[in-house]
Design a protein. Sequence first.
Length: 297
Amino acid sequence: MEIKQLITFNMAAETLNFTQTAKLLNFAQSSVTAQIKALEAELGTPLFERLGKRLSLTDAGYRFKTYAEKMVRISEEAKLIVSGTEEQSGTLMVGAQESQCTYRLPPILKEFKSQFPQVKLVFKPAHSDEMAREQLAGGELDVAFIMDTCRPGEALVIEPLIKEELVIVASSPHPLLQKSEVLPEDLEHETLLLTEAGCSYRNIFEDFFRAAGVYALNKIEFGSIEAIKQCVIAGLGIALLPKMAVEADIKAGRMNELGWKNTAAPTYTQIAWHKDKWMTPPLKAFIELTRQTFKNY
C-alpha cells in the first residue's frame, strides 16, 4: 500500500465524502475512488459502505483507520529526520478533556501555531484518563493531558503541571448554602450531574458517597462540562467540577460553591507521552511551551 492511498483514506474517513476528499486533496474524484478500491483489494475487505446516499466506515475501516494514521505520521517523521529542513511540518496528535481544551490550552495553542505554522494540530477527545493512557500506549496520540492523581505510567512519561481544586457547585440560591460543610447524606436526594464514566473527578465524587455508605439515586450523565454548568445554573442539580471550569460563574453569582471535605488524593493536570516516542522538534517545543505556560497559572 502507498502512503498516498493512506492519506486519501484518512481524509475520506474524516469527511465521509469522496467528492469533498477529492477537493481537499486536489485529486479527481475518480482518483479517490480508484485509490480506495486498490486499498480495499490489497486488504481483502471493504473499508467503506454506502447506505443510500450516506457513506460510512465498515468495522474493518474503523480498525484500519488507527493504523493508517500511524503509518502516515511515521512517514512524516521519517521525512523530517532525513531532510534536516528548518521548516517543520507534519501532524501533532493531542489528547485532552473538554475542560483542558477550554480553560487551559488556548494560549499554548496560539503560541505554538505562531512558532510552527506548518504543523497541523489535531485534538482527539480523551473523555477519561484511562482512554488517554491507552491511546498514548497504542501510538494514537503524540501527547496527552491527563487530569488524575499522580501515579506511575509504566510505558509513559507523566509530568505533573498543576494541582487542580475540585468544587461542588449548586444554583444560586440553594438551601445547602447555609451549611458550612455538606456531607454525603445531605446530598442523597439531590440530582447529581455527572461527567462520563471513567472521568477522574466523577470517580472522586462517587467515592465521596460510597465511603459514607450513601447511594444517590438521581443521576444524569453528560458528555459536556458546559452542559453540566448550564443545568447547575438552571437549578436542575449539583455537580463536582474543576474550579477552573466554574470560577468565572461563581464570581458572577450564577452558581455557588458548597463547602465539602475532599479526602481523596490530590488531582493534577499532567502532560504525558510514550517513553519511546521520537521527540520531534515540534513535540519538544509543545511540551516545553506547556511547562512554561502552566507556571503562570
